[in-house]
Design a protein around this ligand. Structure first.
Ligand SMILES: [Zn+2]
Length: 439
């Protein structure tokens, strides 16, 4: 999603504000009226509310159509949430009360339609103008500002339906434009496994032999912690002014978080030009992972506030955009318990559930998160090899207590060769270096 600011006059801003306000009120009107039906059918909503929306809120035709689409989509999401809740906790209070109150949109936005209610005019490379519908008719050719790259993408990409959004804290209007870029897929130069989360924000292992942990600077962690403390303080107060402050704080925290993740992902992607990033599919259950205990609990709780899925999305997006290589997602089950050298899987490979990985079969030692990253990369490698490497790496556990490398006399030539290559890459990458990110 590209983001632009308007270079609008006071009067133009007033018109944009009124339009966004009317649109949001209209959405909330339909959301509350539809509580009895809870329909997700756009046609039905259109039939019932279109005329009222036009008359009552004075919206132009195309915006009024979008109001119903928007409301239908919100009910669709709610239905999905409700079904999930009912499945998990059928008798809970939350389930019973789910439809008690109509949903309400709080942010001030209006959804437009590209080339109908919003269009662009391109002059010089960084000179882009927008024409946009309001309650008082069309505002023509307001200049918009954004990141340099965003001008380029807007010119090159396939433009989707823009959203007008008003940020209350900075009193600024933004035009958010979804753009699809056609990317020419290039051959990856290396495979990089990335294990996100918990104690270190990322553990990275590459087929070039590089492996390292990425830590956020203390200062960043402290600031995140401060947001957390403030939030719980305000939440316990529960007054109206506390609620308002909480909203403002949440927006600020979100901006801060997004910024940090942007820097982290950018640095990672630029350190591995044209790499295929292999990421964990976080929708898969992570319950079989060994998590840290004891004094690491605090670290885990802190770290878990970072939205890992969002970090992965940023890595994926940047790798495709900068270097034309698509990232892939793999099942992360047992990646922290599996020995990447001999394939022995056991919880005991993590003595005392700590950060250390010690294979109970072959004695291979490594930082547990690095092992996770190696295994993630291996899952992608195994997919691209003819042999079923996966079956090989996750073999039946041998009797624990043995020392030295597991012998593999019965392996076929090509498979043995593959194993040797992996071992070689593991041998070549003994060092761990720590990388810090700052602004
Ligand atoms: Zn082993």
């Amino acid at each position: 999603m590209l983001k632009f600011k308007f270079d609008a006059t006071k009067e133009q801003k007033r018109q944009l504000f009124e339009t966004a306000e009317a649109y949001t009120e209209a959405v909330n009107f339909v959301l509350s009226k539809n509580l009895s039906d809870k329909t997700t059918n756009v046609k039905k909503l259109h039939h019932a509310y279109y005329v009222t929306i036009r008359e009552r809120f004075g919206l132009p035709a195309q915006l009024a159509v979008n109001v119903n689409r928007d409301a239908a989509a919100i009910y669709k999401t709610l239905w999905a949430q409700f079904k999930e809740l009912k499945r998990r906790k059928p008798d809970s209070k939350a389930t019973k009360k789910f439809w008690d109150k109509p949903p309400k949109r709080k942010s001030l936005i209006a959804k437009y339609t590209y080339n109908r209610t919003v269009s662009f005019k391109f002059a010089n490379w960084n000179e882009i103008y927008v024409s946009i519908s309001t309650l008082q008719g069309r505002l023509k050719w307001i200049r918009i500002y954004g990141w340099n790259k965003h001008y380029e993408y807007l010119r090159q990409g396939k433009i989707g339906d823009p959203i007008l959004s008003y940020d209350r804290s900075s009193k600024t209007f933004f035009l958010l434009v979804p753009v699809t870029l056609e990317i020419q897929e290039r051959r990856p130069k290396e495979i990089v496994g990335v294990d996100v989360g918990e104690r270190h924000i990322m553990a990275v292992a590459s087929t070039t032999g590089k492996k390292y942990l990425v830590n956020l600077p203390e200062e960043v962690k402290r600031r995140k912690q401060r947001y957390h403390n403030l939030r719980s303080e305000l939440m316990s107060k529960g007054t109206r002014s506390a609620k308002r402050k909480l909203q403002k704080l949440s927006r600020r925290e979100k901006r801060f978080t997004e910024n940090v993740l942007h820097i982290v992902s950018k640095t990672l992607v630029e350190s591995h030009p044209q790499a295929r990033f292999v990421l964990e599919d976080l929708t898969q259950i992570r319950s079989n992972r060994v998590t840290y205990r004891g004094k690491d609990k605090e670290a885990r709780r802190q770290a878990e506030q970072w939205p890992f899925a969002s970090l992965q999305k940023k890595i994926e997006y940047k790798a495709a955009l900068y270097y034309g290589v698509q990232a892939v997602y793999v099942d992360p089950s047992y990646t922290s318990q599996t020995c990447p050298v001999c394939g022995y899987v056991s919880k005991n490979n993590r003595p005392n559930h700590g950060e250390r990985f010690v294979c109970q079969n072959c004695g291979y030692k490594e930082h547990a998160d690095i092992v996770g990253a190696i295994n993630i990369a291996l899952r992608e490698l195994s997919k691209t090899q003819e042999e079923n490497l996966k079956g090989l790496l996750v073999s039946q556990p041998n009797a624990p207590g043995q020392t030295g490398r597991a012998s593999s006399p019965s392996l076929g030539g090509r498979v043995a060769d593959l194993l040797r290559r992996i071992e070689k890459y593991l041998d070549n990458s003994q060092e761990i270096w720590y990388k810090k990110f700052g602004r």
